[in-house]
Design a protein around this ligand. Structure first.
Ligand SMILES: [Zn+2]
Length: 576
């Protein structure tokens, strides 16, 4: 490819719309352009990277026995109604009607469509297991599309669905995908962590996320260095803190606390550590048009993990009650709620609260608190659950070492679905004994553009992108320093022809531009190797090869350049 012809309009200003490094560099390197919120055109350089990632994905899927197919993006509402997700998916589902006013949606995922196919075509255990996948466009009406390709409304995804006879079969398929995903992200040269994940709207039991570690990531993970425990914070659990000494229970006492309503104020008023306070919150568990209040109690130094809470309650949505509802339920303004004496409303106690002795809580009466409050004695503890948010420093539940936290970008997600969809949609098969059984399913997704963006988040410097060799849009750029110098230009053309001949993916910067402009563009776009042809080295018949990642420069004879480059490309591709 000739730089003079390459459609990669680079920018030198940082675009105002770009919030993260990957977003900035994708725009500045002329790789993407936005047409509406969360919707992008991929320009030729981006398209090449995406195709390379897709090819790696395809190879690893096929290696595990996956078969590629392609399903439609336009789905009839009936299928989504069968799985109950037409309602459950909520506003993220792009819905539309055809000319006959029939309802459709644009697929955000394909469990319904693939299960419909399989229920029609598979009926015997002999046809199982089956691993089917596609690489295709998905649509999600995100409430806040942002970070460029990280959270878009239209994006490419690889989704594979596994169909097995039983749980053991699913375990095998799941492990195959776990291995395939690890291989894919290794081949893309990404540093990633596999974590236990929440199953969310897709449903199912086991689930893991593949998280590319990056400070700009939207996901928070916790991990243990003492053992291999790692989880998305949405799902993370930790050991409960235990008190070394359990003081004798004191007598419940009402104390006047005028205007003392925040955790900090209460803690300093009573000179008690926040962990002794019983934080009491009123939530609304919402299902469609109906909602019911739930009072949640946790330690004053803890936050509610709303995902855990929602999973425990089994509701579709969750919201904190407004001040008026809090007053209606507790009889007090916000800040004075407590579990003592609350009746007619379900009380959910965080597990850790059970270790609190002589705690402090609001008295459900403006400007009053109870002290010496003890769970069980002073309020019912019939419903206990782990609903707290784990933080760095908490102890690992399996080995007791302190947990660490990090941010990252979720690039892959695998789920054991079990029989949820096969039962909802009636996808069954006859086993060896002729009994009808539901097919056991799993689903496995990789966001392709997101993987490209994550690679940039991890591989860049202040000059631009540093593409890993395996997914670079081109492997080499040739830069003749002086475009007026015919000797340099001629050698550049000779090397360009030789490299093309040798199968190297190469761009020649044949533009009539200053050297600085060409170097800057080369660094911004992030070609892994740059061949520089300048007068000084040329006097000795040599050219310079510069490694974008390390900055290391080697001088080689012009006639040996192609061989040296081939060797470097081979080494860089095999490095992972
Ligand atoms: Zn551990």
């Amino acid at each position: 490819m000739r730089m003079s012809q390459l459609f990669a309009p680079t920018l030198w200003e940082v675009p105002a719309e770009a919030e993260t490094i990957s977003h900035q560099y994708l725009l500045r390197a002329g790789m993407i352009r936005r047409i509406a919120a969360g919707i992008y055109t991929y320009l030729p350089l981006a398209q090449r990277v995406l195709e390379k990632i897709e090819e790696i994905v395809r190879e690893e899927m096929n290696k595990q026995g996956g078969q590629e197919l392609k399903m439609p993006t336009l789905h009839p509402a009936e299928l989504w109604q069968e799985s109950s997700r037409w309602d459950a998916y909520g506003k993220e589902l792009f819905r539309l009607q055809d000319r006959h006013e029939r309802d459709y949606c644009l697929g955000p995922t394909h469990e319904e469509v693939i299960t419909d196919l399989v229920r029609r075509e598979v009926n015997s255990y002999r046809q199982l297991p089956l691993l089917l996948y596609q690489i295709q466009t998905k649509f999600r009406d995100e409430i806040r599309p942002r970070f460029g390709l990280i959270r878009g409304r239209e994006f490419t995804m690889k989704d594979l669905y596994s169909f097995d006879r039983d749980q053991e079969g699913l375990d095998i398929s799941y492990q195959k995908m776990y291995d395939a995903y690890s291989a894919i992200f290794r081949r893309c040269a990404l540093k990633f962590q596999v974590v236990e994940a929440d199953t969310g709207a897709i449903g199912g039991t086991d689930s893991h996320e593949f998280i590319v570690v990056a400070d700009t990531g939207e996901d928070e993970i916790v991990y243990c260095e003492g053992c291999d425990y790692a989880a998305n914070v949405e799902r993370a659990v930790a050991a409960d803190e235990e008190e070394d000494y359990r003081e004798p229970e004191g007598e419940l006492e009402l104390v006047s606390t005028p205007g003392v309503s925040t955790i900090d104020a209460v803690a300093s008023f009573f000179k008690a550590p926040p962990r002794r306070l019983l934080k009491t919150l009123v939530y609304l568990a919402i299902d469609g048009e109906t909602y019911k209040p739930v009072v949640v109690v946790l330690r004053g130094d803890r936050e509610v993990n709303e995902i855990k809470l929602q999973n425990h309650l089994g509701c579709m949505h969750l919201a904190l009650a407004d001040a008026e509802t809090v007053r209606e339920i507790t009889g007090a303004p916000v800040g004075f709620a407590g579990p003592v004496g609350l009746v007619d409303v379900p009380l959910l106690i965080d597990r850790e609260v059970m270790a609190v002795v002589n705690g402090v809580c609001g008295a459900n009466k403006a400007d009053y608190h109870w002290i010496n409050v003890n769970p069980g004695r002073d309020f019912p503890t019939s419903e206990i659950a782990d609903i707290r948010r784990v933080v760095a420093g908490d102890k690992c539940h399996s080995c007791g070492s302190p947990l660490h936290s990090a941010r990252g970008i979720e690039v892959g997600h695998i789920f054991k679905l079990g029989t949820k969809y096969s039962e909802d949609l009636g996808a069954t098969f006859l086993d060896g004994e002729g009994r009808e059984r539901p097919i056991v399913m799993g689903c496995y997704g990789i966001g392709v553009p997101r993987t490209m963006a994550a690679a940039i988040e991890q591989n860049h410097d202040e000059k631009g992108i540093i593409w890993p060799m395996s997914i670079a849009p081109y492997q080499v750029v040739i830069v003749p320093v002086n475009s007026k110098n015919s000797e340099q230009m001629d050698l550049a053309e000779v090397l360009y022809a030789e490299m093309n001949e040798a199968g190297i993916e190469v761009v020649i910067d044949d533009r009539d531009e200053r050297a600085g402009v060409k170097f800057n563009d080369a660094d911004l776009i992030g070609f892994p190797l740059r061949v520089t042809i300048g007068s000084r080295s040329l006097k000795e018949g040599k050219v310079e090869i510069k490694d974008r990642a390390t900055g290391k420069v080697t001088l080689v004879k012009a006639g040996e350049a192609v061989g040296v480059l081939q060797e470097k490309i081979k080494k860089a591709s095999a490095a992972r």
